[in-house]
Design a protein around this ligand. Structure first.
Ligand code: COA
Length: 325
């Protein structure tokens, strides 16, 4: 059986850097509070020419270049995002047009911070069926457009950016091994964001712009640690593996305290976990592909390495995935 393997990676970050010192001028907070509670020191904020589809397209172009594949050869584009600049057409269709992927079909995937993991699983299923298929999978977000910059509980956490992978089958045995994905819609209220206008204006007396990210931080924290731990342990057990078999874990980058707790419970060496939440904050669906691209370009991933991915996000959605590089 042929599985989806990574042929190339790319990422694109907005130019503007927002520091904790900048946030001290915007809400009642401090660098010390943010750093000690989240590990985040800076995040990137999209400006002119850096909307979701444009960041996505730039990340895609870099991944194509590394894969030595032209945009015209791509069969499918999937963009994992919760912040497309338009609901319709999809962000993926804009990327298709932007990069000239003329023969691809294209659609978006919404699984919040787990979007890229769900996308990897989806790509694997397409490639199992048609091993020569070439898929461009992107995670891209413009969360700064949907953050309430007056709410210190949330505005310190999120950032913008995009990451991409070109996927197809390889002859050398590399590729996705298995995944362990979950959702629980009953807990949606703990982390959510309305559409800008989610009701017919004729039916409501007052339109309340409730389109910001809303979160019950402590509940999300507790669920995130437990859920990712279970998803990882279940997946490793299924394959008779332990954390010592993992060359590198690339988790969703939400918060350093969540990650430290998770890593302690798994008994994993800290140096085998890729972390960039300090520089970018939580970029939702973009966080895993940005981290993959950075780790890849820094030479932290080698051929044959066993990689472990995990994520947790709104929905709730969560899971883990194993891949041989
Ligand atoms: N600066 C200073 N004080 C802040 C603050 C900020 N940016 N944000 C909140 N506070 C205050 C609160 O108002 C509260 O004050 P009070 O005790 O006077 O009411 C106090 O700090 C403690 O708030 P609390 O919510 O208990 O903090 P916490 O220790 O739970 O940390 C989070 C808050 C958000 C950092 C933490 O809950 C968290 O990381 N949750 C997970 C978030 C996440 O990763 N979400 C995305 C998952 S994909």
């Amino acid at each position: 059986m042929k599985h989806a393997a990574v042929l190339g990676t790319g990422s694109s970050m907005p130019k503007r850097v927002l520091t904790n010192a900048d946030l001290e001028q915007m809400v009642e907070t401090s660098d010390e509070w943010i750093t000690s509670r989240t590990g985040i020191q800076t995040r990137r904020i999209a400006g002119e020419g850096e909307q979701t589809h444009l960041l996505a397209a730039r990340a895609a172009e870099k991944a194509l270049l590394m894969a030595k594949i032209s945009a015209e050869e791509i069969d499918l584009i999937v963009v994992a995002t919760i912040t497309p600049h338009k609901i319709m057409p999809s962000c993926a269709c804009f990327v298709q047009s932007e990069i000239g992927a003329t023969k691809a079909f294209a659609f978006d995937l919404n699984a919040a911070c787990s979007g890229f993991l769900y996308g990897l699983d989806l790509a694997d299923k397409y490639i199992l069926n048609r091993p020569d298929m070439k898929i461009l999978l992107i995670g891209a977000e413009n969360l700064s457009a949907r953050v309430n910059w007056k709410d210190r509980n949330t505005c310190i956490l999120f950032g913008d950016g995009a990451g991409a992978c070109v996927l197809s089958s390889k002859k050398d045995g590399a590729g996705i091994i298995d995944s362990n994905l979950f959702s629980d819609g009953t807990l949606w209220q703990l982390l959510h964001m309305d559409s800008p206008q989610s009701l017919n204006p004729d039916l409501v007396e007052e339109i309340i712009d409730d389109s910001y990210i809303l979160m019950s931080g402590k509940d999300v924290f507790k669920h995130a640690v437990r859920a990712m731990e279970d998803a990882i342990k279940g997946l490793l057990k299924r394959h008779g593996l332990s954390t010592s078999d993992i060359a590198l874990m690339i988790p969703h980058q939400a918060n350093i305290r969540i990650l430290n707790k998770l890593v302690n419970r798994l008994g994993m060496p800290q140096e085998n976990v890729y972390i960039n939440v300090d520089r970018y904050g939580n970029t939702s669906a973009a966080s895993i592909p940005i981290a993959i691209d950075e780790a890849n370009r820094q030479g932290k991933i080698n051929k044959g390495d066993l990689l472990l991915f995990c994520s947790f996000g709104g929905g709730f959605t969560w899971g883990s995935l194993l891949m041989q590089w």
